[in-house]
Design a protein around this ligand. Structure first.
Ligand code: SF4
Length: 485
């Protein structure tokens, strides 16, 4: 999971790209980069948090009114490598900069094609670089020998569509991408299943001209003065030409299966993805979990519901309302410590739960406490929380997961643990309850989760991807996937 954005503005674009990355920082804290363009491409990339990478002297040389940016969460093959920081760029044809969110399942097959038949050089093991070179080569072939500037924007869009269609047909996996093509404009692509999000916005200037933005989430639109236009459709290609005209075409139409985990955990609550509001979907998750609790434990009520902060605050709030039970933020989370999910080692994770969560004794002592978490992945954090609550005098500790058991790794850009590390992959629900040292354990049903995401919103979702929760993988070439099944 990463965050991407692309902006075509009338002014210097680098400050807005920087602000956008800050608003996408929750999608990846491993590395980040910005590429802008005027007469040439200007690049700044680095490892770590956005605010630690970019200094004023870097911003000063990121010239131009068009640019793209990326903040990285390491997916397979890219872990902690500085060569693979995005955006990436290539000089043929035109000069293309590329930022990608997702993961390609048939990477090996396509890499062989890029290196062999297409005779392109690859500098890294990154699937994003491979995709960029595949696209660039196809664009080069489709454009023919003539100079690129001789082609009209309309004709260039036709070439772009043919190249994108080839890319969509060949790739298997998840790809939301923004591209800057020198002297031509800004491009947004989203794979035909729409697994990763990509939102579009525009800003009308006083003279009637329009600036354009694409981003993984619309979390920066309001602050930058953009209006949400909608989502880039699955299998669509959108091109903003140098005179700011919008060209768009849906090239392929397959089942629309966006990642359900975006709603459970990844996306910021104020985001609207695929026309579904993330905050409202989380409220519904808590509501459905509450209903499930009432059916399963009609005679048991906790004294208090406490979220395992902070994604699950919303779910816990609505579950408490459903059960008619007090909601309390009895675990305080230090906001200056990174999410445990993205820390590299198990040992670090075990140590950090107590480091970042501080229990409030008055909310816990002599109470039957129900902890609500967004999901249970390894179980390490959940067990530490249970132990902390007992140390602080909880009479009973119940545990609820707003998401069904996480059973399998993700092939589509989320750095999930392997099956061996996923607790639900190796234990029954009762074994997990014992392992967590909880008095009761309840998981959201798959129906409850899907209903929570798809109940409201003017969306076109056919059925969200739930592969890691026991659903089917969208693509069947498991043997070519780089994640461990
Ligand atoms: Fe999202 Fe899970 Fe599907 Fe990956 S496998 S795209 S995390 S729902």
């Amino acid at each position: 999971m990463c965050g991407i954005t692309g902006i075509y503005s009338h002014d210097l674009v680098a400050p807005e790209l920087y602000d956008s990355l800050i608003q996408l920082q929750h999608r990846g804290q491993d590395a980040a980069g910005i590429i802008t363009c005027n007469e040439q491409l200007h690049v700044k990339r680095g490892m770590g948090l956005v605010q630690d990478i970019f200094e004023q002297r870097h911003m000063d040389r990121l010239k131009g009114s068009i640019g793209i940016a990326h903040t990285r969460y390491p997916t397979s093959g890219s872990k902690h490598s500085s060569e693979e920081v995005q955006p990436m760029w290539t000089s043929v044809p035109n000069g293309i900069a590329f930022a990608h969110n997702g993961n390609i399942v048939n990477y090996g097959e396509l890499r062989a094609e890029v290196l062999g038949e297409r005779k392109r050089y690859l500098n890294t093991e990154s699937d994003s670089e491979m995709l960029m070179q595949l696209f660039a080569d196809e664009l080069f072939r489709q454009m023919g020998a003539g100079p690129a500037e001789d082609i009209s924007d309309g004709d260039f869009f036709e070439v772009l569509c043919r190249s994108s269609d080839v890319l969509y047909s060949k790739m298997q996996g998840a790809m939301s991408a923004v591209m800057l093509i020198k002297d031509r404009g800004l491009v947004a692509l989203r794979d035909p299943h729409g697994i990763r999000p990509l939102v579009q916005g525009e800003r009308v200037l006083p003279d009637g001209t329009v600036d354009h933005i694409f981003a993984s989430e619309d979390t920066m639109f309001y602050m930058l003065g953009y209006r949400r236009v909608g989502d880039v459709a699955p299998g669509e290609a959108v091109f903003i030409s140098s005179d700011r005209k919008v060209y768009r075409r849906r090239l392929q139409q397959k089942t629309f299966t966006p990642c359900i985990f975006e709603y459970v955990y990844f996306a910021r609550p104020d985001a609207m993805l695929n026309n579904v509001n993330v905050y409202r979907s989380r409220l519904r998750m808590g509501q459905n979990l509450g209903k499930q609790w009432l059916r399963r434990y009609p005679d048991i009520r906790p004294d208090v519901i406490i979220p395992a902060p902070s994604t699950s605050n919303t779910m816990a709030l609505s579950m408490a309302k459903e059960l008619g039970v007090k909601y309390s933020e009895g675990l305080y989370k230090n906001p200056f410590i990174g999410r445990t999910f993205i820390m590299p080692s198990q040992q670090q994770r075990r140590q950090s739960v107590r480091y970042k969560l501080s229990p409030q004794e008055l909310e816990i002592r002599s109470k039957d406490v129900l902890i609500v978490d967004d999901s249970i992945v390894r179980g390490t954090t959940s067990r530490e929380i249970t132990r902390m609550l007992r140390e602080f005098g909880a009479r009973k500790v119940y545990f609820a997961s707003a998401c069904p058991p996480v059973l399998k790794p993700c092939c589509y850009g989320v750095d999930m643990p392997t099956s061996e590390e996923l607790i639900a992959s190796n234990m029954s629900e009762e074994e997990i309850r014992i392992h967590l040292e909880a008095d009761l354990l309840i998981y959201q049903s798959m129906e409850g989760l899907i209903e929570a995401v798809t109940r409201k919103g003017n969306h076109q979702i056919d059925s969200p991807c739930c592969a890691c929760l026991g659903g089917s993988y969208i693509h069947t070439q498991k043997e070519q996937c780089s994640c461990a099944f």
